[in-house]
Design a protein around this ligand. Sequence first.
Ligand SMILES: [Zn+2]
Length: 417
Amino acid sequence: MSPDTPIELAEHLQIAKGLPGITRKEWLPGVITEQDIQLPEDLKLLEDLAIAVAVGGDNREVAVIMEKATGGVHHFTLAIQGRLSRDDEEAARRLFQVLRIPGADFPSQIRSVISSYATPGMERALRVVAEPLDEFEIKVQDWLETTFKWQDLKQELPSSEEVLARFPKPDGMSVKKYITSLWMTLCESILDGNGNARQLSQINTDEVFLLAAQLSGSRFLKRLLESNSEKQFIGSVRYKLAMLGRYWTCVGGLAHRFRLIDGRFDYSWVRETQPLEKALRMTRVPQDIITCINPDIKMYCGYAVQDLVEQAAEQYKEDIVVSVHPEIQLILNGKDNSAPYVGSSTGACFCCKLWIDDYNKRRGAKWEITRSLEQPDETWAAPSPSGEDVMKMIHHEVTEMMYRTLMDAAGGYYDDD
Ligand SMILES: [Zn+2]
């Protein structure tokens, strides 16, 4: 049974998102955190820009594309999820103003302009990390003690020089002790005495973001993820830390590229060409969706159905505002001379990925997007007009994913008992 309406699609996406099953696998590749995966330079640039702009305003997803530099001039096009607000425009305006004139200490200039508009976004990112970090802080001390073979510091951290410059290593201190001290510094900087996120004003953001980037990409965490049984927990901490660390890494990337661009660029926002947002009211409750979706669910999950319903219900919302996600807005606005990359601040969701793959196949286009966990996002809406077979395919894939998620989550219950 495939959903036929946008409401049914949103209902299925909500169920898939509300259960942990599918993410258990998806955390593992560490999509964001594998720093050894080489990305095209232009895609990296667009990602860095999207991240830097998205932390302004209310932290909604931002995506950026650019036209291939003609006569040395880059033209960037930006889009945001939902309605473009004054805050978002202002954040981009201030950032680009600084990027236009590369100064002597360019990275600090970029960092300080981002801090001038980014408080809400950064506070949110800190809260997201703080939530699992409280428990992680206790466990990581034991894990650091286990017998890993520690390598030279250069092998342990993605950029050991940057870390050493900010956190000097006392003579004679072992690598293990030094990395342990970095973890403790990070945890104590983010968490207050009660295990909650500190206020942004109490935090040295430069240090925290640098440590988040370095420790999420550390060899220790990678090996821990390979060997430890708490993969989902470690994977989610690593992912959240990496997202926080991107506030650090994006600055280095921007400084490097905009020095080369040397002021020769302009930019514009995608303005509404069709009503972007639409409010939907769900017609079914999780119970109905889960028990109706397929008789197999009842057969396999049996008594676990009630648990699944409760879990899914926790995040289930009756009212959803859907919109055409920024990646798709940009692709539809792409020009013949657009570079085939979409940089995005959070990465494409499950439906965007399906839509873009399909678009590429049909049009012979080659759009590449930011790596992401490709998670279900119930705010997804199809652009209009959309072909019937595209929608059929997306509805089918979403239903399949919801089904797999349900079976996976139910499987978890069997293992526990
Ligand atoms: Zn999306």
